[in-house]
Design a protein around this ligand. Sequence first.
Ligand code: NAP
Ligand code: MN
Length: 265
Amino acid sequence: MSDRNNVFLYYTPTDEVEVKLEKLKELGREHGLTLVDDASKANIIASIGGDGAFLQAIRKTGFREDCLYVGINDGRLGFYTDFNLDDLDGIKAGLQSDMVEVLRYPILDVTVDGNENFHCINECSIRSNIIKTFAIDVYIDNIYFETFRGDGMVVSTPTGSTAYNKSLRGAIVDPRLASMQLTEIASLNNNEYRTLGSPLLLNKDRELVLKIVQDGNDHPIIGADNEALSIRHSHEVKIKVSDKMIKTIKLKDNSFVHKVKRSFL
Ligand code: NAP
Ligand code: MN
């Protein structure tokens, strides 16, 4: 990691965290790292907190491809947080290049109504914001596929597959499979409305278009990971697996298989 030495710490300051960070900063200095207070000058961005903090660190710094993102947890280990603030030995190991592996995580490119572009590393979700259902016409590669009516739909990345997607009974997907998965939130299925009903895993070169049927109940909330978009009236959401990827590091003995097992079994 010799060519990477400017570190930006992304966290919510509290007295407790500040105390713990002193030791981390000291360790960084000993290893020739420089702390920067402007994320744009960093080539390593470390989030302090849970997976939610990691999601925010990436979003707030613009999904940078020229940066290494590192998740440092302040409690239990998560899916994006490979290191623990209380385990300085683990972090020390992370500073030795032979102990770590660089991972590349697929993300999504989302376009709303042809002009609003953003990325997601967990998922893009579209949910009704009222008690009534709403409808979505689903197109895959410009082919009409189905009309969904219900609470909403979620399109997740492989790393997002263990989050919202899992609660919707979607499959857990190995992050080495650049792909996206479409799952339903409480679809109506009867003689009038019919959807696939099972999660659909699509290859990275597919294009998914979700057209919100404009029938009066057409103001769903669009979510990008843990943030709701401010757009309140949209017609069409186009989703693709991005050509960009997010780089992160992990200790060699902490693979995706370890994480799934540790969290769920
Ligand atoms: P939150 O509501 O505080 O978090 C929900 C939980 O999901 C937290 O335990 C969080 O871990 C965990 N999580 C986040 N990303 C994960 C991942 N890739 N794999 C496994 N677990 C993950 O909100 P948040 O912490 O900001 O996280 C946002 C995410 O929550 C969304 O992207 C969505 O995936 C998920 N979510 C799930 C549901 C549901 O399951 N019904 C509904 C809405 C949103 P930490 O505690 O380490 O942060
Ligand atoms: Mn959280």
